[in-house]
Write a protein that binds this ligand. Structure first.
Ligand SMILES: C[S@@+](CC[C@H](N)C(=O)[O-])C[C@H]1O[C@@H](n2cnc3c(N)ncnc32)[C@H](O)[C@@H]1O
Length: 221
């Protein structure tokens, strides 16, 4: 089957109502016990991205946006590593509230935060342009939307391309799509530059990866 035509089984993880309820709960937990909530794919996945950025000598003043930043823990790690031009975007206001509280508890007041739907027809110009866009689990969530996932996925690819400079990097970590599927689905605006190695497993004589982590470069427009 053509991977472009493949849709995932819809799930509540593809709905804003689901994420609103998660972050409302997480906001309360953070206020009550300082629990930041889930780090998707674990801290190792954050470290793999940070290691890739530092090993490739990415200057710390590159403008980086975390797409679907959730609680913002990736932004915290980037700021700790010395990156200074950071923005987080999420369509859940409560995620952005949580993110704000966590960042200010770390005295990280310079990170910009925006509420925006990354599958909107037109992404707000106010977001600006970036050198690097990160996605950890956001395209996965978007792919699970019960309402016309294909249209949302196409809009996402278009919007990510729109906010990146030509030659800018898009680093995506996904558990729902293989690297080959990601390469195909983002091919209208991106080419694969690098694969960040992720743990693999063996099953029935075949080796596979639980998550794919791919660095794309935006094609010139
Ligand atoms: C699986 S969570 C990942 C959160 C975070 N990136 C991490 O790694 O911990 C998916 C995130 O994407 C956000 N999200 C889903 N669809 C979105 C959309 N259309 N626009 C913006 N954010 C979205 C959700 O609110 C949620 O924070």
């Amino acid at each position: 089957m053509d991977t472009d035509q493949t849709d995932l089984e819809p799930s509540e993880l593809g709905t804003k109502e689901y994420w609103d309820s998660i972050y409302e709960r997480d906001k309360t937990n953070y206020q009550d016990h300082g629990d930041v909530g889930e780090i998707w794919f674990g801290e190792d996945s954050e470290m793999r991205i940070l290691t890739w950025l530092t090993r490739n000598d990415v200057p710390t003043d590159r403008r980086i946006v975390d797409l679907g930043c959730g609680n913002g823990m990736m932004l915290v790690e980037l700021a700790r590593e010395g990156f200074t031009e950071l923005t987080g975007v999420d369509y859940c206001e409560s995620a952005i509230d949580l993110c704000k509280s966590i960042l200010s508890s770390q005295s990280m007041h310079d990170v910009k935060l925006e509420v925006a739907d990354l599958t909107a027809k037109n992404i707000p110009n106010s977001l600006g342009k970036f050198d690097i866009a990160l996605d950890k689990g956001t395209y996965d969530a978007i792919s699970l939307t019960p309402e016309d996932a294909q249209t949302s996925r196409t809009a996402y690819v278009r919007n990510v391309a729109a906010i990146l400079e030509n030659g800018g990097l898009f680093i995506i970590t996904s558990c729902n799509w293989t690297e080959a599927e990601l390469v195909k689905q983002f091919s209208s605006a991106f080419r694969r530059k690098h694969t960040i190695p992720t743990p693999s497993f063996n099953f029935g004589g075949k080796t596979g990866n639980v998550v794919s982590s791919v660095v794309f470069e935006k094609l010139s427009t």
